[in-house]
Write a protein that binds this ligand. Structure first.
Ligand code: PLP
Length: 387
């Protein structure tokens, strides 16, 4: 298999698997227990907290481990609005957010909050003027993702946060799930209050994530129980998974410059080859700063799902956009928000490279894509086919 779907998930690094194993075997204790196996588990948990914190420029006490990025986003949005004074009722977010944020915001809307879904431009960049005019004394929370999962656009978050601070008292959350391990990120420099992360996007295990909660930021828990994670996330933590997250964060941080350069160059070559070889292809977000390794295109006259199935039959694993929304044949909400016409958005393809990607994967992908598109177009009426 040629794996070109690192934005959906990544294979675990060998070092991560090795580091996790002792916590499945001898150090299986509950980190709240006082005896040896529990103390070892607690030590592993706290070491991982330090590693994750260091990788984002935070203090260990600002990290709340969760069962993934979705839970971290839910805790950020629901937890922040629950804790604040109760009089402010306005939330601002972007129309291209991941569903973990969008659907949570929509749920909060049904609970009586007012939500502004901000527009983006053709490259997926947030309209900062629209943000400025949306902000009011009533705004309680602004949630803008750092990097988009479908097209890779990196938002000018520091500038966005400055605008929020100038015009409101709102807290700022960022979904940084697609940014960690791909672009350098420092929560202090960004000036963000809350940030969500997920281990499986950077070579760690699935079902493990974290919410950065800047010191003194008021957040109410959404899961109540034994009071773990400073009361913000009750439940016995997934120690082995968290240990794996720590190692993945540490290794990714060490390799970030090397991988960013390598994957950007490979991505650019992949993008140019697709555009040169295949007629009628539009690159999405090509004019914006993007995470290395991700390219999203729309291929006219081709239906995304058929394309993916044919690519799979050639051993290529790719995606039409968000894996989380797959199974749905609706065009991507991200592309529609960027102004891509629905008929074109139906032909979307996201290729995302990662740590194990090699040059020959790019060549094989372009070759397979060229053949597959030609075949699909030959049976599409508008492209000369008979049915
Ligand atoms: N946010 C973004 C931007 C993502 O890409 C994803 C995963 O696809 C998530 C949140 C959800 O993370 P998880 O799969 O860990 O729940």
């Amino acid at each position: 298999m040629i794996y070109l779907d690192y934005a959906a998930t990544t294979p675990m690094m060998d070092e991560v698997i090795e580091a996790m194993l002792p916590y499945q075997r001898q150090f299986f204790g509950n980190p709240s227990s006082v005896y040896g196996a529990g103390r070892e588990a607690k030590k592993g948990l706290e070491e991982a907290r330090e590693k994750v914190a260091t990788s984002i420029g935070a203090l260990p006490s600002e990290i709340v481990f969760t069962a993934g990025g979705t839970e971290a986003d839910n805790l950020a949005l629901k937890g922040a609005v629950a804790r604040l004074d109760g009089r402010r009722k306005h939330i601002v977010t972007a129309s291209t957010e991941h569903h973990a944020v969008l659907h949570t915001a929509e749920w909060l809307e049904r609970q009586g909050f007012r939500v502004t879904f901000l527009p983006v431009d053709r490259d997926g960049l947030l309209d900062v003027e629209a943000l400025e005019s949306a902000l009011s004394p009533d705004t309680i929370l602004v949630s803008v993702m750092l990097a988009n999962n479908e097209v890779g656009t990196v938002q000018p978050l520091a500038q966005i946060i400055r605008t929020v601070r100038q015009h409101s008292r709102a807290l700022v959350h960022t979904d940084a799930v697609q940014a960690l391990g791909k672009i350098k990120l420092d929560v202090e420099d960004l000036g963000v209050d809350l940030a969500a992360f997920s281990a499986h996007k950077l070579g760690g295990p699935k079902g493990v994530g974290a919410l950065y909660v800047r010191r003194k930021t008021p957040v109410e828990p959404i899961a109540h129980g034994g009071g773990q994670e400073r009361g913000l996330r009750s439940g016995t933590p997934n120690v082995a998974g968290i240990v794996g997250f720590g190692i993945a964060a540490e290794i990714s941080a060490k390799e970030i410059d090397y991988q960013a350069e390598r994957l950007s160059a490979m991505r650019d070559r992949l993008q140019s080859a697709i555009v040169e070889r295949i007629p009628d292809v539009e690159v999405n977000a090509g004019g914006a700063p993007r995470v290395p390794g991700t390219v999203s295109v729309c291929i006219r006259g081709v239906e995304g799902e058929s394309l993916l199935l044919l690519l799979d039959s050639k051993g290529i694993a790719a995606s039409s956009g968000s894996a989380c929304a797959s199974g749905s044949l609706d065009p991507s909400h991200v592309l529609l928000a960027m102004g891509v016409p629905p008929e074109l958005a139906h032909g979307s393809l996201r290729l995302s490279l990662g740590r194990n990607s090699q040059e020959q994967d790019v060549d094989a992908a372009v070759e397979a894509l060229d053949q597959t598109v030609e075949r699909l177009r030959s049976i599409a009426p508008r492209f000369g086919g008979s049915s």
